[in-house]
Design a protein around this ligand. Structure first.
Ligand SMILES: [Zn+2]
Length: 168
């Protein structure tokens, strides 16, 4: 039997207006916990003589098969490796901000690790806050974090790293 209380608490119309939030699993939970503290950290193998960084987070090192791991703090610096400009049809919350950028950022500290995100004008700004003409593959970016505000956080309060263009 379905719980009628749970059902009445569900507001599909309101959900439609929200940006998607990350699904936090056991392996990835530390990434989001550090992000909430304003730190960009990547999982690294903790086996002696290895230390290979890996992303997405997972239990075993693909390099040496060790299950020992730690979370290394990154500088937050990176470069735009690729980007797209999504246009409707999109989910309503995204259509309202389209066209906006979705970037793949290559980390300066670990060039083989690439994170998907958005370049914004300032922490917490809307997805469409940067003129697409300013985006270039190879452009330097810096990670930024805003808890519980704007485009970087959904109803769940998960802090999602965003990216700011570095002035050059
Ligand atoms: Zn390893």
């Amino acid at each position: 039997m379905r719980d009628s209380h749970t059902e009445s608490d569900h507001h599909p119309d309101r959900d439609r207006d929200r940006l998607l939030v990350p699904v936090v699993d056991d392996d990835g939970a530390p990434f989001w916990e550090y992000a909430a503290q304003g730190e960009l950290r990547v999982q690294a193998c903790a086996a002696t003589g290895c230390g290979e960084l890996r992303f997405p987070p997972r239990p075993c090192c693909p390099h040496c098969q060790s299950f020992e791991s730690e979370w290394q703090r990154m500088s937050g610096k990176g470069r735009i490796w690729s980007y797209v400009m999504p246009h409707p049809p999109l989910l309503p919350a995204y259509a309202a901000q389209a066209p906006y950028n979705a970037v793949v950022v290559e980390l300066a500290d670990a060039p083989h690790i690439r994170l998907v995100g958005n370049v914004v004008a300032e922490p917490g700004a809307a997805l469409d806050s940067v003129d697409p003409a300013r985006l270039r593959i190879g452009a330097k970016v810096q990670a930024a974090f805003t808890k519980g505000a704007g485009a970087s956080a959904g109803a769940s309060g998960v802090t999602v790293p965003q990216w700011l263009l570095e002035r050059s």
